[in-house]
Design a binder for this molecule. Structure first.
Ligand SMILES: Cc1ncc(COP(=O)(O)O)c(C=O)c1O
Length: 402
């Protein structure tokens, strides 16, 4: 199985050299737009590409507003602040995530509480969330309080792992029942979407069709389900701005505040410097936005190639008798990173050692968040599925094939 995997990856990428997990592709107007920015001298925090990039992302995702930020972590920080997370409060999230999700909670002075993921989605489980709230939640006039910690549960922050959509309709139901604001960490999930909800018609989309850009009434995109959603354009993501992020929201006032907070809370004026609160210098530079705009123009191609790549891996896995992560029923994933589920920890270790020794980069799941020293004291449920996944999962090379 190991040998046939290495042969497959080398055949896909047509190289004997090192094959990384994910590298960017610049196949469009990147150089043209970057040169335009340099010629204009507007390389920093002011310039037309920021607004254009925001408008195009909002249109692509079907969000009313998109606010660009310097990276996805900054976007998460501000999104949580705007959802109302305050020092001494708690945020429900999943242990299967990149550390930035929890760090953003920490920057607000709050603490994560970890509940399990579903194996089918790799994302926060509505059932686990409902069970936790039934056991520990106490409904008061100002929201839900955790009976064990005595702290208010200020928000819920699911993450769409490797671009596989969480069960958002289930999570929304639980959050709405308890009056908990939902913020989505869609850092990895630009373009991933769900077909079907009360407001759009699932029967109108055939099972294998990936909704063309932009979002239609038949498809709802990751990052647009909650009060606020967050994207990342880090170098390893499906499109990159070098470093960058985006806050999505349909709420006009939240969008205004997001722009204000991420741009040092400066009151608009031609020459005076007046700031009305402690804001953040989280603006995305015009230079990075230009790169992002050129990348976004290639999203249909990138998604198509990613899904073709996933199909090749799925066909191989079926032949080799290996379990592979496939999109959940009713979801269309961008397949940002493909993942295998090996039979146990020992096989996973052999696979990681063998593939990396042969110059094909593979990696295990992130260390579960409550295993990290900063988050080891945080409350969890049994995390049964998260531990199961952590023992078996490996990510395999997933760059767009050019
Ligand atoms: C799940 C998740 N959340 C947040 C981030 C943070 O994004 P950034 O690196 O742009 O700060 C990333 C990726 O880097 C991520 O994968």
């Amino acid at each position: 199985m190991f040998d046939s995997f290495i042969r497959l990856v080398r055949d896909i990428y047509q190289t004997d050299q090192f094959i990384p997990l994910h590298e960017p592709r610049f196949l469009g107007k990147e150089k043209q737009y970057l040169l335009d920015v340099i010629d204009s001298t507007f390389v920093s925090s002011v310039g037309p590409y920021v607004g254009q990039f925001e408008a195009k992302i909002a249109e692509y995702c079907g969000a009313k507003h998109a606010i660009a930020t310097v990276n996805g972590t900054a976007a998460l920080h501000v999104a949580l602040l705007l959802a109302g997370v305050k020092p001494g409060e708690e945020v429900m999230t999943q242990p299967v995530t990149f550390v930035a999700t929890c760090n953003a909670i920490n920057y607000c002075g709050a603490e994560p509480v970890f509940v399990d993921v579903d194996r089918a989605t790799l994302g926060l489980s509505p059932r686990a969330l409902a069970d936790f709230l039934a056991e520990f939640g106490e409904q008061r006039v100002d929201g839900v309080w955790n009976k064990r910690s005595g702290k208010r549960i200020a928000a819920c922050l699911p993450m769409h792992t490797f671009g596989q959509p969480c069960d958002m309709l289930g999570l929304l139901q639980v959050c709405e029942r308890h009056g908990i604001p939902l913020v989505e960490d869609a850092a990895e999930a630009l373009g991933s979407h769900i077909v079907g909800s009360n407001s759009f018609d699932p029967s109108a989309v055939s099972a294998n069709e990936f909704a063309p850009t932009p979002a239609t009434k038949h498809a709802k995109y990751c990052g647009t389900f909650g009060k606020l959603g967050v994207l990342s354009f880090n170098g390893n993501k499906i499109i990159t701005t070098g470093g960058g992020g985006m806050i999505l929201t349909d709420d006009d006032e939240l969008a205004r505040q997001a722009k204000h907070l991420t741009t040092t809370a400066k009151l608009p004026h031609a020459w005076r410097f007046v700031h009305d609160q402690v804001g953040y210098n989280y603006r995305l530079p015009n230079l990075n936005a230009a790169l992002g705009l050129a990348q976004l123009e290639q999203m249909p191609l990138f998604v198509q190639r990613k899904r073709e790549l996933a199909e090749r891996y799925i066909a191989w896995a079926n032949d080799a008798g290996v379990e592979i992560v496939v999109e959940p029923v009713g979801a269309r994933a961008n397949y940002w990173l493909n993942a295998l589920l090996l039979s146990d920890e020992a096989e996973r270790e052999r696979f990681l050692t063998d593939s990396n020794a042969q110059g094909v980069m593979t990696r295990p799941l992130w260390e579960l968040m409550p295993n990290l020293p900063m988050y080891s004291h945080c409350q969890t449920d049994d995390l049964c599925n998260s531990r199961w996944l952590a023992e078996r999962l490996v990510n395999i090379p997933s760059s767009v094939v050019s």
